[in-house]
Design a protein around this ligand. Structure first.
Ligand SMILES: NC(=O)c1ccc[n+]([C@@H]2O[C@H](COP(=O)([O-])OP(=O)(O)OC[C@H]3O[C@@H](n4cnc5c(N)ncnc54)[C@H](O)[C@@H]3O)[C@@H](O)[C@H]2O)c1
Length: 352
């Protein structure tokens, strides 16, 4: 199979390239390289590596492609808070543009990295795919709107799957420490403090970034796909409260203590998710990782890296910090440059 992966230089993208290549597929990677130079380790290159904005993609690159895995996005809530317009442009308009090019070029299937965050502040029940969406951030809204655009484009010959992924954690060559598990661990490794930025009561489904990548492979390889579907991606056993994650980190990092930031308020993003449909769509797919053993491995990995603390504190693995730096340097396309303001977010930060 020939697959085109957008956002292949990202946290999940590095695994996507690897799992598709491992399965014997031909991979073209397309990425504007927003976070070039912040890599944690060397990833596996795709067969064809194209450094380009998704809006500059022509139909040529889609010729002969069987499936598009669309990961390219501005991926997190603080980025969206700074400049909702930019998040919408890349995540919604960008998705529509890439899907439109793919469909015109005769690509058969389009897999979008959507997000469980579209469920927003949900009631106690586990949210399945038929639950109403309630986006409470610009990021979540951009994914809801991207899904709507794709629903209109989907057809018998252009199958669309929106994979509503849980929050990712785990090792990646393109590490992020602005995601909840990785952030709590990175902070604890650097300072001995497992620092909660909220009261920790919010519920959050989690998935290892490699399992997330494997789920895209699962849908790309599924024999019969047609029309539009949305599927939650994660596992029922990995719905946590943030406090439970903090406790796991505290146990793995010797002499660490849990602290709650003085300005902490409750996190409005609070949802538990049902992953039953995923089991029906991909009966042989199982998540292979869990939070606790991953935290143990990553803790070793962070400690073994002599520059980790400095890099983490400088914001090297925090998307918001890097993006703001590139915007200040004016080394991004024009549409990135209007409106984003520096709100002084720190490298330790900010997102999750
Ligand atoms: N990480 C998570 O917890 C999570 C959870 C659910 C869904 N998702 C979704 O999965 C996808 C991948 O997430 P990630 O954590 O790997 O994010 P990431 O920020 O690590 O990677 C995104 C990649 O997209 C590229 N990109 C951004 N804008 C682009 C543009 N205009 N043209 C070309 N390339 C562009 C960036 O350079 C980057 O390499 C995103 O769509 C995200 O919304 C992520």
């Amino acid at each position: 199979m020939r697959v085109l992966i957008t956002g292949h230089r990202g946290y999940v993208g590095a695994h996507a390239v690897d799992v598709f290549k491992e399965a014997g597929h031909h991979v073209t990677g397309v990425d504007i390289a927003l976070y070039r130079g912040t890599e944690f380790a060397q990833g596996r290159p795709p067969d064809v590596d194209v450094t380009i904005d998704i809006f500059d993609l022509g139909r040529g690159l889609f010729n002969g492609v069987d499936a598009v895995v669309h990961l390219a996005a501005l991926s997190n809530d603080p980025l969206g808070d700074i400049d909702p317009r930019l998040t919408r442009t890349v995540n919604t308009d960008g998705t529509r543009y890439v899907a439109d090019c793919a469909k015109r070029a005769g690509v058969g299937r389009f897999l979008l990295a959507s997000s469980c965050s579209i469920y927003g502040a949900a009631d106690c029940a586990a949210q399945d795919e038929d639950a109403p969406v309630a986006p409470i951030t610009a990021y979540a809204l951009s994914k809801v709107e991207a899904e709507s655009a794709l629903r209109r484009l989907a057809s018998r010959n252009f199958a669309v799957v929106c994979l509503r992924c849980a929050t990712a954690y785990g090792e990646s060559p393109n590490l992020r420490t602005d995601l909840v598990v990785n952030n709590l661990l990175a902070h604890a490794t650097s300072t001995g403090e497992v620092k909660l930025l909220s009261d920790g009561l919010a519920r959050r489904p989690l998935i290892h970034c490699r399992d997330m990548a494997r789920s895209f492979l699962g849908f790309a390889e599924t024999a019969s796909l047609t029309g539009f579907q949305a599927v939650n991606v994660g596992s029922n056993g990995e719905n946590y409260r943030v406090r439970q994650v903090a406790e796991i980190v505290r146990r793995e990092v010797p002499n660490s203590t849990i602290t709650i930031d003085r300005g902490a308020v409750s996190d409005r993003r609070d949802y538990r998710v049902s992953f039953d449909r995923l089991g029906k769509c991909l009966p042989t797919f199982q998540c292979q990782h869990r939070v606790q053993p991953t935290v143990r491995r990553m803790h070793r990995e962070f400690r073994a890296n002599p520059t980790f603390r400095r890099d983490f504190e400088a914001g090297r693995f925090t998307r918001l910090v890097e993006l703001q730096r590139r915007i200040a340097e004016r080394t991004l396309p024009e549409y990135f440059l209007g409106g984003a303001r520096d709100d002084g977010a720190s490298g330790r930060g900010a997102s999750r």
